[in-house]
Design a protein around this ligand. Structure first.
Ligand SMILES: Nc1ncnc2c1ncn2[C@@H]1O[C@H](COP(=O)(O)OP(=O)(O)O)[C@@H](O)[C@H]1O
Ligand SMILES: [Mg+2]
Length: 267
């Protein structure tokens, strides 16, 4: 059995539903994740798929403890981080990183690319920062001179690579990517997926890749978790899920994939 980077047991997350708050008293809570249990083996690329509002982002945010779950355990490298305080989390934070959906709003427009990548490195006390910035740009396939550019001087795909460079420069063990290619055209999408594939292979990263697009997930992910209304309805290796979907909801998702367009060949 391969080693696990994450082990989740009965993870529950709820939010206060302010739209149903009575005049007096607390708002009722809506359970958004209804007791999820699964493991993520080291080196795996886990796809998390499901409809809008199914809880994908909430699950991702719990994995890297941007939110605290109501109940359940989240073991990261064996240690339960579910209810750790921010102080306890601080030494772990470098090890799980996130790439955001919208690089334009997650990259500081007044900083040059080099500064954007260097910022977290200096906060974490890394040495040889300039060399690490160069290396991160190399790894995502951007010319080193891009360190001097501002985000608005880059294309959407290039900005997304800066987001990836910023994350991998910190040498994390785990990266969460939440809908990171959704806003990009097909050829930029393909380039980003190629970069991620190379990084996973060469750095031994573990990646959780959230997307509503099964054709993207199929290309990149070794295993797929299907969420439906806050529950896991299927957790299967990618070839199995496509050849023999178990859950009715998975079959609905598969039926919704458009037939491959011969002009859109991944390169
Ligand atoms: N901070 C929050 N406060 C209240 N409700 C939230 C919050 N975040 C998410 N939700 C609700 O939780 C459900 C799942 O959201 P989300 O995890 O963002 O789904 P997905 O990423 O699959 O579209 C949705 O009904 C959403 O409205
Ligand atoms: Mg989401």
């Amino acid at each position: 059995m391969s080693e696990m980077i994450y082990q989740l047991q009965d993870l529950k997350v709820s939010f206060a539903d302010l739209s149903r708050k009575p005049l007096l008293g607390a708002a009722p809570r809506t359970e958004v994740l209804k007791g999820l249990s699964f493991d993520i083996p080291k080196g795996e690329v886990l796809g998390i798929v499901g409809g809008s509002g199914s809880g994908k982002s909430t699950l991702g945010r719990a994995l890297i403890r941007l939110i605290e779950p109501d109940a359940g355990s989240i073991r990261f490298e064996g240690t339960d981080i579910a209810h750790m305080s921010e102080n306890e989390l601080r030494p772990l934070r470098r090890r799980f990183q996130m790439i955001f959906q919208d690089p334009m709003s997650s990259l500081n427009p007044r900083r040059r690319v080099g500064g954007i990548i260097a910022g977290p490195l200096s906060l974490q006390g890394f040495d040889n920062i300039a060399a690490r910035v160069d290396e991160a740009l190399d790894m995502v396939g951007l010319p080193r001179q891009f360190a001097a550019r501002y985000p608005h001087e880059l294309s959407g795909g290039q900005r997304q690579r800066v987001g990836i460079a910023r994350a991998i420069a910190l040498k994390p063990d785990f990266i969460l990517a939440d809908e990171i290619v959704s806003g990009l055209d097909v050829s930029s999408q393909a380039q980003i997926l190629n970069v991620l594939e190379t990084l996973v292979r060469e750095l031994g990263l573990t990646l959780a890749f959230i997307s509503h697009d099964l054709s993207v997930i199929r290309r990149l992910c070794t295993r797929i978790l299907v969420l439906y209304q806050g529950e896991i309805v299927e957790n299967a290796l990618t070839p199995e899920l496509f050849s023999n979907p178990k859950a009715a909801y998975t079959r609905t998702l598969l039926d919704a994939i458009p037939l491959p367009d011969p002009d859109q060949v991944w390169s």
